[in-house]
Design a protein around this ligand. Structure first.
Ligand SMILES: *Cc1c(COP(=O)(O)O)cnc(C)c1O
Length: 390
């Protein structure tokens, strides 16, 4: 088969959608009194809290900082163990390391690709403090099963919903259920603020801890201070960070949030086009859909299920890239990354995750793509699957 690009332009796997109203929102902030954390930040937090149906939301400079803040609020410290999945971005586990804790990787369910709740309990020790489940690709984890375990052992659940803004679990929006839920506003995610992150929670104590954590551990609230020297006085009460979002970013985020339903509708429509096209191809496994959950479709991942194709995954990816189809692979199991290997994590730890990693391909999926783009991807994948199957 020739390696001619089937498109003149490269189709990425994901990208933002910025309109003039988004640009205007940012320009308005640039003309205002506040550039750093001001009224636009509070507004963005309120809008996200309203959208997901949570009492509180705290913004951070990015999703990783938000996870760091949530782990701090949960009281994770040196020697504590926190359970998470290997099929995620490194940040879901790094946030535990930042506080001197130890990430414990629990294997995935080969059907859902999310952490396997049945495997979690086996890994719980007297050092376990929290679970960080990840709604991989936008498909919510089974929160009911995870909460049954968390309640039994007194664990905090910090849901990594970087992929799942707008997703629903049993009729409730993701972000309204867990002790704390993290969203990211990196440009490939559902909405963007450039860089940005948010934790939603219904817990006032966590909320106040995170507000202080993202600003050096400093408080100016007279009710919380030990001393008070006068109107200039503030207290740094623990070691925090400068993890604040700017008003410039927040205004972009608020403007983008107005379009979230439309963005998700388009993602869903394209995912359904992929599903319909690939469901009849026996060499491809299409994504699982939980009967009582609604994915917000951050990623569309196909899994090769034929030995011949699995062995050629790298060539297939390279071939699709040469055709200008911007495929990708999500994710390298976190503990296989060199830094985690240095920490002593061994290959073979989570066999289902390692098998998945060898067999998956992420296809382009973002609201700004067109139905024609989707057709190009379908055509390219079909061609390649039949070519490499022989
Ligand atoms: C994007 C992402 C993060 C981190 O978010 P940033 O805003 O890029 O720091 C964490 N976890 C997952 C699963 C992500 O996809």
């Amino acid at each position: 088969m020739d390696h001619k690009p089937m498109r003149n332009t490269y189709l990425p796997y994901g990208r933002q959608w910025i309109d003039n109203d988004d640009i205007e929102a940012v320009v308005n902030v640039l003309k205002s009194d506040y550039l750093t954390t001001g009224p636009a930040v509070s507004k963005f937090e309120q809008e996200i809290a309203n959208y997901v149906g949570a009492k509180y939301a705290v913004s951070f400079s990015n999703g990783t900082a938000a996870l760091h803040g949530a782990c701090f609020a949960a009281g994770i410290s040196i020697g504590d163990e926190v359970i998470t999945t290997p099929i995620t971005f490194a940040a879901s586990a790094n946030c535990v390391l930042y506080l001197g804790g130890k990430p414990i990787f629990v294997d995935i369910d080969p059907k859902t690709y999310n952490i396997n709740p049945k495997e979690i309990e086996k890994q719980i020790t007297n050092k376990t403090k929290a679970i960080i489940p990840v709604d991989f690709t936008g498909q919510p984890v089974d929160l009911e099963e995870i909460y049954a375990i968390a309640k039994k052992y007194g664990l905090v659940v910090i849901e990594d919903a970087a992929h799942a803004l707008g997703a629903k679990y049993k009729g409730k929006k993701v972000g309204s259920i867990s002790d704390m839920t993290m969203f990211s506003f990196h440009p490939v995610k559902h909405i963007t603020s450039g860089e940005g992150g948010m934790i939603t929670t219904n817990n006032k104590e966590y909320y106040e801890k995170m507000l202080q954590f993202r600003s050096h551990g400093i408080t100016r609230d007279p009710n919380k201070m030990i001393e008070n020297h006068g109107p200039w006085y503030y207290e740094m009460q623990f070691l925090g960070f400068n993890y604040r979002l700017t008003d410039i970013q927040a205004a972009l985020g608020t403007s983008q949030l107005k379009k979230i339903d439309q963005f998700i509708e388009l993602r869903k429509k394209y995912a359904e086009m992929y599903n319909a096209a690939f469901a009849t191809i026996p060499q491809i496994t299409i994504p699982y859909q939980h009967a009582e959950a609604e994915s917000s479709w951050h990623l569309y991942i196909i899994r090769l299920n034929q030995d011949l194709l699995k062995a050629k995954r790298k060539e297939i990816v390279e071939h699709l890239l040469s055709m200008n189809i911007g495929v990708n692979v999500h994710y390298i199991p976190v503990y296989l990354l060199p830094y985690y290997q240095q920490l002593g994590f061994q290959k073979g730890l989570c066999p289902q995750a390692e098998a998945l990693y060898e067999e998956i391909i992420t296809l382009p999926l973002f609201p700004k793509m067109s139905e024609l783009d989707v057709s190009d991807v379908i055509q390219a994948v079909k061609k390649i699957v039949s070519y490499y199957s022989i």
